[in-house]
Write a protein that binds this ligand. Structure first.
Ligand code: SAH
Ligand code: SF4
Length: 372
């Protein structure tokens, strides 16, 4: 019998597991705190648990980190880890330090089946979902290794963004317990406002997230109309913009913040004109309370796309700002170690023939097509 990985349980799950072993819930809480707050991986360390329980756990359970393939530290302090998830697949997590916070960007899948044109993960195709333990292991390892590195007992990671490899809402059942562990006061104790799920727009799962664990939501929009978004984010054909915006408004009823963040990756000559900025204003203004986050495209050769110039990004942002939409331009961090958005290469044994699907058909720019 395979030992159970305890990183895969949220507190309720661990309590149920402990009950099977004949243990009370408060034992599960103690165990959960050892694992997530103290970073323990050895039951022998857990001095306030009865020896009999520690022995029982040692024979049936484990706390399994992901094997590390590499760790890179950028000149700006960004740290990128590449984790081995078996069968030739690897996923990445990135730590981004800022003055007032420490953010960890976490992966949810080995690869991604959505296949966005501008995303290197999308180009690699899809291999498999990570399980809850593999999602949490990224945070567990990053938090506790950074504490050691900075020689502190204080929390280092204050924010988590599900913006690494994969579409988190296409791995919903593994995502939810992972989010609960992040939020739990006995786990990482992160505020709902500081945990962000980023999605390319899986409408039914946005509704479920609202019911189950309403954390902050970022939606990858990237285009002001359906014909263009269909090309950039193929999932748009299934859940077009109007349905997506409706789901955003429903989400806001339960969300910890009173706005949705829309991400918009700036692609030279594709979605970055002042006219498209106006179209975006028309689409969003008065429709969804939101902020816009403009992401300078991080190029990779297979995309055949180029980054918009800084001037063009600024001009685009100015149109939004003038219309009263709060707009930020994302700083690119960790460029020197390929840790920026959409550069997370990882390694994926593609099972979806993405490379065949994505054979270069040029993106056709459709002007003033309306969002439908
Ligand atoms: N699948 C989810 C989360 C992971 S992608 C989603 O799409 O939202 C996280 C963010 O990085 C998304 O906004 C995505 O559009 C953006 N991104 C992907 N490739 C990029 C690239 N090459 N340059 C800049 N941003 C990119
Ligand atoms: Fe998947 Fe997000 Fe990349 Fe699109 S941008 S392919 S949804 S990871």
């Amino acid at each position: 019998m395979d030992a159970v990985n305890l990183l895969g349980f949220d507190l309720d799950g661990l309590a149920a597991y402990c009950e099977e072993l004949g243990e009370k819930r408060f034992r599960a809480t103690q165990l959960f705190r050892w694992i997530h707050q103290k970073g323990a991986s050895d039951f022998a360390q857990m001095s306030d648990l009865a020896k009999s329980l520690r022995d029982k756990l040692a024979t049936r359970a484990r706390i399994t980190p992901l094997p590390i393939i590499s760790e890179h530290v950028s000149a700006d302090g960004t740290v990128k880890w590449l984790f081995d998830v078996g069968a030739g697949n690897a996923v990445e997590a990135v730590f981004i330090p800022e003055d007032d916070r420490g953010t960890l960007c976490v992966s949810s899948q080995a690869g991604c089946a959505v296949g966005c044109r501008f995303c290197s993960t999308g180009h690699q195709g899809f291999s498999r979902n990570l399980d809850t333990g593999e999602i949490v292991a990224q945070l567990w390892y990053a938090e506790h290794s950074l504490r050691k590195r900075f020689n502190t007992a204080e929390r280092v990671i204050s924010n988590v963004v599900m913006m690494g490899m994969g579409e988190p809402l296409q791995n919903y059942s593994a995502l939810v317990p992972a989010l609960r562990t992040m939020l739990d006061d006995h786990g990482y104790g992160l505020s709902r406002r500081r945990v962000t799920v980023s999605t390319s727009g899986v409408v039914p799962m946005i509704d479920r997230l609202r019911e189950d664990v309403p954390v902050a939501l970022a939606v990858s929009l990237h285009a002001p109309n359906n014909p263009l978004r269909d090309q950039l984010v193929p999932l748009n054909k299934k859940y077009p913009i109007a349905e997506l915006l409706d789901a955003c408004n429903r989400y806001l009823e339960a969300a910890p913040r009173d706005f949705i963040t829309f991400e918009y990756c700036m692609l030279d000559g594709v979605n970055d004109s002042p006219e498209q900025a106006l179209e975006l204003v028309k689409l969003l203004k008065g429709r969804v309370p939101c902020k816009l986050n403009l992401i300078p495209f991080n190029p990779f050769p297979a995309s055949g796309l180029k980054r918009s110039s800084n001037e063009r990004v600024r001009a685009f942002g100015d149109v939004l700002l003038q219309a009263g939409i709060v707009t930020t331009i994302r700083k690119t961090r960790g460029d020197d170690i390929d840790a920026a958005c959409g550069q997370l290469a990882g390694e994926v044994q593609d099972r979806t023939r993405a490379h065949v699907r994505m054979v270069r058909a040029p993106v056709v720019v459709v002007k003033g097509a309306g969002a439908g």
